[in-house]
Design a protein around this ligand. Structure first.
Ligand code: M6R
Length: 605
């Protein structure tokens, strides 16, 4: 949720770190801070500020030279957002600086112990414990001091440490929170996300849990927390630095919605086998015999990824005829689920870092389950922890709310469903039919995007609503859930999603002219049932916006989307509702890319 960036080399470090922080701000943004080495030996210089990175930038003095530094953008967990609670955290002598992502579970206990020894804490954070542990260590090397500290703490961390007595290095450590080294020419970087690195280098090393690294300007070395050297070979990041730019759009959300035709093309590319009317998924690590032995599929994810998983479960059950369902990973972990060896578990996550999903994967693996990942970020924790999986290839998603990753994740599930289906009961004809439908998606998405102006006009009307209802049936219900989440995340309008079939079991009581309903009404076998729901709403003077394949006479407005195969319709029906949420929030003047209280990846519980 927070972001770390660090640099050691010859360049003036402050502007470089501030630019890195700006690239990380989407991960957390209630305060930020920076430390650089001072030309005066034996001390570090620090500036911190509550607010955005631009607030920090305004405070950085003109003379803030240094060639080594670490910086942080925070999303508060322990202690309110404030200057003093911002990272880095320094010891009283200004010798040790620590930036930290994650949570120290035994912080209260360690704090009490340190206070009993006379340590005075400056902040309310758990992180400051780490600073004092390092500062008080009697070990001879910085590596040893950091090792002692991380051994004393329970919990999750990605940390970067500077020490005024060891100015030639930055020491970093990882447990459950990403730490990525950027390998440059006579300079080294570290960050919690490649976004902060790739303007400078695309050669990276991703640390594993339990690993540490020492970065010097012309060298790096990795080792475990027990001191054993590890072999880290740099890998090349696929994503271009330019893919993190706004590309002429006013917001990342708009850019990412607009990128969907290309993104969907990318997730399909190289995976379709026309000879057998099936799909090849290279990283699945599941041979046909094993695929035939699967008796159930359980999909786990959070938020938007959970909604994509609900659609995915329907696709897998429909095409492969394997009973499948999806559940929020955050709930699954805590209900002591029966873990069945014949069930295929699938963890879905855009970031590949979401703590609740990662923890569910780790629990499943511990119990011997087979877990696949459907993930966007290559090499992320969930991708690495899973036994195999499918990358969704949406490219970097910077806006806090997910759009293109949702769409690509659902397409990835459709590919998996065809793959499993063709090994089991999906006929050649049906395989071909779905593949042809998948190939039509990019052009059909573009057709929907071309209708943006009309959706914008509708949004102006909905921006006045205090609350909205979203309904859909079977395949349409997860579309309604996702559309309602999108609207509430960025506009802060209260929204509810219900299966249309449930209306008369309660929510119909809410219907009145001031509560508009968005109804998903595909031209499929449930069309008449969906129309009956529209009648019920109209009879109570409710206003209706339908997303349908043809004009709906009971609706006040219909957004007509192109028809695909019934199974793939949910992919298209979600797109205009992303635009509706976007333009509603825009009309309300919301901070679309950085909605209040939310962060892009939720790496804590
Ligand atoms: O990175 P993940 O897909 O695991 O993230 C899961 C959720 O936190 C995420 O989808 C969240 O709901 C977004 N704000 C959706 O817009």
């Amino acid at each position: 949720m927070c972001g770390i960036v660090g640099y050691i080399g010859k360049r003036d470090v402050a502007p470089l770190l501030l630019e890195g922080l700006a690239r990380l701000e989407y991960r957390g943004y209630d305060s930020a801070g920076i430390v650089v080495n001072s030309p005066k030996a034996g001390a570090l210089k620090m500036v911190k500020a509550k607010g955005r990175v631009r607030d920090l930038e305004a405070r950085v003095p003109k003379r803030f030279a240094g060639t080594t530094g670490i910086a942080h953008t925070r999303w508060a967990t322990h202690g309110a957002p404030s200057d003093v609670n911002s990272h880095p955290h320094l010891d009283p002598e200004n010798k040790v600086a620590v930036v930290h992502n994650g949570i120290v579970d035994n912080a209260a206990e360690l704090r009490a112990k340190l206070e009993a020894e006379g340590v005075v804490f400056a902040s309310e954070t758990d992180t400051e414990v780490i600073t004092h542990l390092i500062a008080r260590s009697q070990a001879d090397t910085l590596e040893e001091k950091v090792r002692e500290a991380v051994k004393a703490i329970d919990g999750t961390y990605g940390i970067a440490v500077m020490h005024a007595d060891f100015t030639d290095r930055i020491v970093v450590a990882r447990n459950g929170s990403p730490v990525i080294l950027g390998i440059g020419e006579k300079e080294m970087l570290v960050a919690s996300d490649v976004a902060a690195l790739i303007a400078h280098t695309r050669q990276v090393v991703t640390l594993n849990d339990g690993e540490m690294a020492t970065l010097k300007a012309d060298d790096f070395r990795t080792y475990t927390t027990s001191g054993t050297t590890t072999n880290a070979t740099p890998e090349t990041v696929e994503w271009e630095a330019a893919s993190y730019d706004m590309g002429g759009h006013d917001t990342y959300m708009h850019k990412e919605i607009s990128e969907q035709p290309d993104a969907v093309d990318r997730v399909l590319r190289g995976r379709i086998d026309d000879r057998f009317n099936t799909v090849h998924l290279g990283g699945l690590n599941l041979d046909p015999r094993e695929a035939r032995g699967i008796r159930r599929v359980k999909i786990l994810g959070c938020g938007t990824s959970y909604h994509a998983g609900l659609i995915g479960a329907g696709l897998i059950e429909g095409m492969a005829r394997i009973p499948a369902d999806a559940e929020p990973a955050s709930e699954f972990r805590y209900r002591n689920p029966v873990v069945d060896p014949d069930t295929l578990y699938i963890a879905v996550s855009q970031s590949g870092e979401t703590y609740d999903v990662l923890a569910a994967v780790q629990e499943l693996k511990r119990k011997g389950a087979r877990v696949l990942g459907v993930v966007n970020v290559v090499g992320s924790a969930i991708a690495r922890e899973a036994d195999g999986g499918v990358y969704v290839h949406a490219g970097p998603e910077v806006c806090v709310v997910s759009t293109k990753c949702f769409t690509n994740t659902v397409v990835a599930f459709a590919l998996l469903a065809v793959h499993l289906g063709r090994i089991r009961d999906l006929s050649v004809t049906d395989g071909k039919r779905i593949i042809e439908g998948l190939r039509k998606l990019p052009a059909q998405i573009q057709e929907i995007l071309d209708g943006e102006e009309d959706i914008k006009k509708l949004a102006a009307e909905f921006a006045e609503a205090k609350s909205m209802m979203f309904i859909g049936r079977v395949r349409g219900y997860p579309v309604a859930l996702e559309a309602s989440l999108k609207l509430k995340e960025i506009s802060y309008i209260h929204a509810e999603a219900y299966p249309a079939s449930e209306l008369k079991h309660g929510p119909l009581a809410l219907i009145e002219p001031s509560l508009p309903t968005v109804a998903i009404v595909p031209d499929d076998d449930l069309l008449e049932k969906n129309r009956a729901a529209l009648e019920e709403i109209k009879a109570r003077s409710g206003r209706i916006l339908a997303v349908a394949h043809r004009e709906q006479e009971k609706a006040d407005h219909t957004i007509v989307v192109p028809k695909n195969e019934d199974e793939l319709d949910p992919i298209l029906m979600g797109i205009p509702l992303q635009l509706l949420a976007y333009h509603t929030a825009l009309a309300m003047g919301r901070d679309i890319d950085k909605p209040r209280n939310l962060a892009k990846s939720v790496t804590v519980e």
